[in-house]
Design a protein around this ligand. Structure first.
Ligand code: 8X3
Length: 247
């Protein structure tokens, strides 16, 4: 029987790329997201991807998905994102709440709901998509930096708590990824501000690069746990050290 991978936030960007890649690796993929029509398009192109309407901020929605799953070998907690670039002093409470609810509590809801299935599989892999924002702070990072640090520490805690169980806990922490939507959402729809993030940067990472890393981690032999994989484009040596070429 084919293994099943569940990917959240699978309607675009890293989630969509991961769903496609895991399908290519031979998994039955359950692709969850709120934007159902995009998932339906994806599934029409890749039949081993099953679309499921999912809102990780809703316990009911998460429970519904868990109830109809026959098995789960891999869970990729990808849903999340950044809202706003204000300083902490100017940060909006509702943005911080939303970032916490999607990135942190979304991962918690999905993990709690599917952990029994991952254990049952006898060789489960739990993937948490964090960010380099989960490792260092930066100005304007605000609630995103806070949420990603929380998610990153959740990965560490889970690994300790699950030792002895047949589940690996893998944290993927990408730096600059030019993925559909991420920066636009962060800048509240301001496309110009969003594209300045990547201006002059030769080859930021792509969603496919991150999907490739996820696929590599989950397809290692079952005794090999990649605790944390930090990845950046060659042009980004550190959060603040980005090489840009002009015009
Ligand atoms: C996104 C990377 O540098 O914008 O997760 O925080 S960064």
């Amino acid at each position: 029987m084919k293994k099943t991978a569940v990917v959240t936030g699978a309607s675009s960007g890293i989630g969509e790329a991961t769903a496609r890649r895991l399908a290519a690796e031979g998994y039955d993929v359950v692709a969850g997201a709120r934007r159902r029509e995009r998932l339906d398009e994806l599934s029409a192109k890749v039949p081993s991807i099953r679309p499921v309407t999912l809102d990780v901020t809703s316990q009911e929605s998460v429970d519904e998905l868990a109830a109809e799953l026959e098995r789960c070998d891999v869970l990729v907690n990808n849903a999340g994102g950044a809202f706003g670039m204000e300083s902490v002093a100017e940060g909006r409470l509702d943005d911080w709440q939303r970032m916490y609810d999607t990135n942190v509590l979304g991962t918690l809801r999905m993990t709690q709901a599917l952990l029994p299935r991952l254990i049952e599989s006898g060789d489960g892999v739990l993937v948490l998509l964090t960010s380099t924002a989960g490792l260092v702070a930066y100005e304007g990072g605000g609630g995103y930096v806070a949420a990603k640090h929380a998610q990153s520490s959740m990965a560490g805690t889970l690994r300790l708590e699950l030792v002895g169980q047949p589940v690996r806990v893998v944290e993927i922490a990408p730096g600059m990824v030019r993925s559909e939507g991420f920066a636009v959402t962060r800048f509240r729809g301001d496309e110009a501000a969003a594209s300045r993030v990547y201006e002059g940067v030769p080859d930021p990472l792509t969603s496919d690069d991150v999907a490739d890393a996820i696929a590599w981690c989950v397809t290692r032999p079952s005794h090999v746990n990649i605790d944390r994989l930090v990845m950046r484009p060659r042009a980004q040596a550190a959060q603040h050290k980005v090489h840009r070429v002009s015009g």
